[in-house]
Design a protein. Structure first.
Length: 184
């Protein structure tokens, strides 16, 4: 492996990253649109949100397995200590949210007595918890708050990647793309 390749994420990591990123942003928009709807139409759109969320969970678990079996490139050496700490912290929070939000949604649906339809292909059964509408509602509120936090962190992540790419010129976004220059 050449030096530039050692500073770039693996192809598998790139595929997982971009697929999950696109699905998360798409799923956020689906939820935002569903809030403006009512009745059966609202439930149908939220049904897609739930199915996409479960796919995001599965892809995230795949990404973690990939990450544990493939080396992650080191952070650029020119990062300030606070930037390195912030980058690592945001990535950990991303994984917590990528797992926690779908699991929380599944748990909230389960307390609401609802299984999750996976695009009409199969049904993901409710978790073995008793029905509790109040707890379901509370978890859905936490889920929504977590989703909002996630979107703000995605914005911070994008700003950081752009800063490192165009101001610091240390490779930034090109570390997660199969093209572009990642300097030494």
């Amino acid at each position: 492996m050449n030096d530039a390749a050692a500073r770039r994420y693996s192809t598998g990591a790139m595929i997982f990253h971009w697929a999950i990123a696109i699905l998360v942003i798409m799923n956020w928009q689906i939820a935002e649109r569903a809030h403006d709807l009512e009745g059966a139409e609202r439930m149908a759109v939220f049904g897609y949100h739930k199915a996409w969320g479960m796919l995001i969970l599965a892809l995230t678990l795949g990404r973690l397995a990939w990450r544990w079996t493939h080396p992650v490139p080191p952070l650029p050496s020119d990062l300030a200590k606070w930037e390195a700490v912030l980058a690592r912290t945001v990535h950990v929070i991303f994984y917590v949210l990528l797992i926690g939000l779908p699991l929380g949604g599944w748990l909230a649906n389960s307390y609401g007595g609802r299984p999750i339809d996976f695009f009409g292909l199969f049904t993901i059964p409710a978790l073995p918890v008793g029905e509790n509408k109040d707890l379901s509602h509370t978890i859905f509120e936490a889920h929504e708050t977590g989703g909002s936090i996630f979107i703000y962190l995605i914005g911070l992540h994008i700003l950081g990647a752009l800063k490192h790419t165009f101001f610091d010129r240390n490779g930034g976004i090109f570390r997660m793309l199969p093209f572009g220059k990642v300097p030494g």
